[in-house]
Write a protein that binds this ligand. Sequence first.
Ligand code: NAD
Length: 373
Amino acid sequence: MRLAIPKETQPGETRVAATPESVKKFKGLGLDVIVQSGAGASARISDSDYTAAGALVAPDAASTVKDADIVLKVRGPSPGEIVQLRNGAVLAALLSPHSEQDAIAAMAQAGITAFAMEFLPRISRAQAMDVLSSQANLAGYKAVIDAAAQFGRAMPMMMTAAGTIAPARVLVMGVGVAGLQAIATAKRLGAIVSATDVRPATKEQVESLGGTFVAVMDEEFKNAQTAAGYAKPMSADYQAKQSALIAETIRKQDIVITTALIPGRKAPILVSEEMIQSMKPGSVIVDLAAGAGGNTPLSKPDEIIEVHGVTIMGPTNLPGALATDASALYARNLFNFVSLIVDKKTGALALDWDDEIVKGAVVAKDGATVPRG
Ligand code: NAD
């Protein structure tokens, strides 16, 4: 069986879906691995690193994927890439299944069995395959590092002969995987950290990292988590109460990191223009939801802007700014997923449609898209 790793084509995508380490492991499963020349270049992995690990290197995308039984990518394929895939091939990538329904329909039509890694169920058996977590963790870290670099003051308190520098105040909005890493990173840099989320379970997590939890804790808050562990959209009444509390908190902050997302929907607006106006000049906001509509109304995807003296950054691919680490984690996630769908004795595809993980992640099979319940 043949597993292919084409070069990513989306502008600005620096990650790659396999590393020499994962290539060796795929070989151990009995698979032949073929990598497109230059696929790892932006993640500092050369063609010769892949060949040393046992992969074949092909000159272009078409020859890489032509006879492949399994194709691994970071981003979903473009229409031009879909037609290159073999009818019957299995594809696993971040397919943006909520917004890219046409692309998924095209994959179904081309006879591809497509897995959207975003749809892996968040059960403990799937943790080692959870690309959303591995990438969000890096994004949370890098958001704080980038905010600190942009901020014209120091993060920790410093007591010097020339006087004392006050520590920076950092507010993290949305305490999922990215938010937790942002809190931990800001604490390590010596900031005074507070955080907010609508899921009650996050209060203890924030406090265990040494942060202060800020939220309106009413009845609605107590029920704001779905069975899958995600946030629910909140009522207008709750949002107004929460907004008043945040307005009071945000004035005193130097750095705000927003990470609030609701899967399949536009991100909630958490920081209004008035709140931004109330912040001190020189403050920094990093909006990790900028690609999903933004947690502020002013954020612009992949731009750094200054409004009312506040810098607003809207990075949409922070894991890509740490391409080597992000690729290493992503490649391990995908290896763990592929091990689940390949028979370890024969090296052949073994898709168990009763398996919660396989069933949860598939978005196209047998020539049709898979409807979501
Ligand atoms: P996410 O990226 O979907 O959202 C980020 C955060 O934004 C979430 O904490 C969410 O509650 C919050 N949010 C949404 N609306 C908000 C609002 N109006 N105000 C404030 N905050 C708001 O979340 P995620 O990082 O993917 O994590 C979601 C959950 O899944 C977490 O509980 C996480 O611990 C859990 N998880 C479980 C596993 C597992 O068990 N395998 C793996 C990863 C994550």
